[in-house]
Ligand binder design. Structure first.
Ligand SMILES: Nc1ncnc2c1ncn2[C@@H]1O[C@H](COP(=O)(O)OP(=O)(O)O)[C@@H](O)[C@H]1O
Ligand SMILES: [Mg+2]
Length: 400
């Protein structure tokens, strides 16, 4: 595996809050060639709310996915970007005009060799970081209910993906932790066969590395959670009066008792002692049971875990609030209004809450809303700047 040379705290720099006025960034035009089921489209947009209407399987999500890819350099639903290339082609092209103080032209072309060619204002760039976050976005779709109802994996991923967007080096750091964890797990497998290895210095070295990287992951997640907590309560109360909500970080060693993390200053010592005390268990299970890869985030309403005891409505609102926290945090940290991509979610909210949501966005975030049926936006008194109908990879502007 790669040599680990970087000291965790040194690589990671938390972006300070943006002090200047927030920039309104928006997508003016997007051209897609051979992206999913779009062989060739060219669409123009304006600020405000854009509506995308179409039956199931026509390409609504694919369109939002292309915008999300433009923001983050990855798909929100496929692990491999190669999946985005049209099945009958060997490349895709995303070409976008973005308003960001002045106009920017971003061109991304991926070939079947997985080599991404990036151009910003016609100049070739080497790394994805050269275009990521020029036009940041947050995507929200019905599967996000897993954030509240699903396994802890989804909640860890939520925290990590936000951190990757706002902290330089976090993604690399997270990968390093994953590699060290894999090494330790392989070692555990060998040790369960040969107990002599338990006293080897190699094991100590891996434990030390694991703790070093693990501690800073926990610290960053905790810091991130602290900076969204206020907003989370504010938004939850806005949608659900007197919800009495709580949100806490639960370390792996407190998951059974559901106890929030203690004093973050002592985290290293706590982590070390729990890792040590669980070696027998780790050997038996042949895997590492202690560390940030097993942590969780707990949301309670009136003291009750929303995952198991929350009503469907509460779970949906909690999910929406997490997504909105991401939206507002990115705004604070990046100094611009991210795009908000709402994929098929309006059908899941009642009219009152849909209205509250629209009001909260204040028409400041360029918002893309997909829906199968215009009845879901009836009575919303929403200013729609453009509407498109999608049918089998073809898009047409419509008036509604
Ligand atoms: N790489 C690809 N090449 C061509 N078509 C694709 C590709 N990936 C998905 N599709 C097609 O895209 C369609 C789904 O589009 P999607 O945006 O998910 O629809 P919806 O309008 O329901 O959101 C399906 O018909 C699927 O077969
Ligand atoms: Mg869809």
């Amino acid at each position: 595996m790669d040599q680990i040379q970087i000291a965790p705290e040194a690589v990671l720099a938390v972006l300070p809050n943006a002090i200047s006025n927030f920039k309104i960034v928006f997508l003016k035009q997007i051209e897609l060639k051979n992206f999913r089921n779009y062989t060739d489209i060219n669409l123009s947009f304006e600020k405000g709310t854009i509506l995308i209407i179409g039956n199931n399987g026509q390409g609504k999500t694919n369109l939002l996915e292309s915008i999300y890819y433009l923001s983050s350099g990855k798909s929100h639903r496929s692990a491999s970007q190669l999946d985005l290339i049209n099945w009958d082609s060997d490349f895709f092209l995303v070409r976008a005009k973005v308003e960001d103080s002045n106009d920017k032209l971003i061109e991304l072309q991926l070939g079947s060799d997985n080599n991404l060619k990036i151009r910003v204002d016609k100049v070739y760039q080497k790394r994805k970081t050269d275009f990521i976050n020029i036009v940041p976005s947050v995507i929200f779709n019905p599967d996000d209910l897993n954030l509240v109802k699903g396994s802890p994996f989804y909640r860890r991923n939520y925290m990590d993906e936000i951190l990757e967007k706002v902290i330089k080096g976090y993604s690399k750091h997270r990968n390093q932790y994953g590699k060290i964890l894999n090494q330790r797990n392989s070692l555990l497998k060998s040790m369960s066969k040969d107990k002599k290895l338990l006293n080897s210095s190699t094991f100590d070295v891996w434990n030390e590395k694991l703790i070093k990287y693990g501690v800073s992951i926990i610290k960053y997640r905790e810091k991130m959670l602290n900076s969204i907590r206020g907003k989370f309560f504010e938004i939850i109360d806005y949608f659900f009066k007197n919800s009495n909500a709580e949100i806490d970080y639960i370390p792996s060693w407190y998951r059974k008792v559901q106890k929030p993390i203690g004093n973050i200053e002592n985290i290293k010592e706590e982590y070390e002692s729990h890792l040590k005390n669980n070696i027998e268990r780790d050997l038996k299970l042949r895997t590492t049971t202690i560390g940030p890869h097993r942590d969780d985030l707990f949301i309670r309403f009136g003291g009750k875990d929303v995952r198991t005891f929350g009503s469907q409505g509460q779970q949906r609102i909690a999910t929406l609030c997490l997504k909105l926290c991401e939206l507002f945090l990115l705004k604070e940290k990046l100094g611009k209004y991210p795009l908000f991509l709402l994929d098929d979610v309006l059908s899941e909210l009642d009219l009152k809450r849909k209205k509250l949501l629209i009001k909260l966005l204040e028409n400041k975030f360029q918002t893309f809303i997909t829906t199968t049926n215009t009845s879901y936006i009836e009575g919303l008194d929403m200013d729609i700047s453009k509407s498109y109908r999608v049918e089998n990879g073809r898009v047409q502007e419509i008036k509604i």
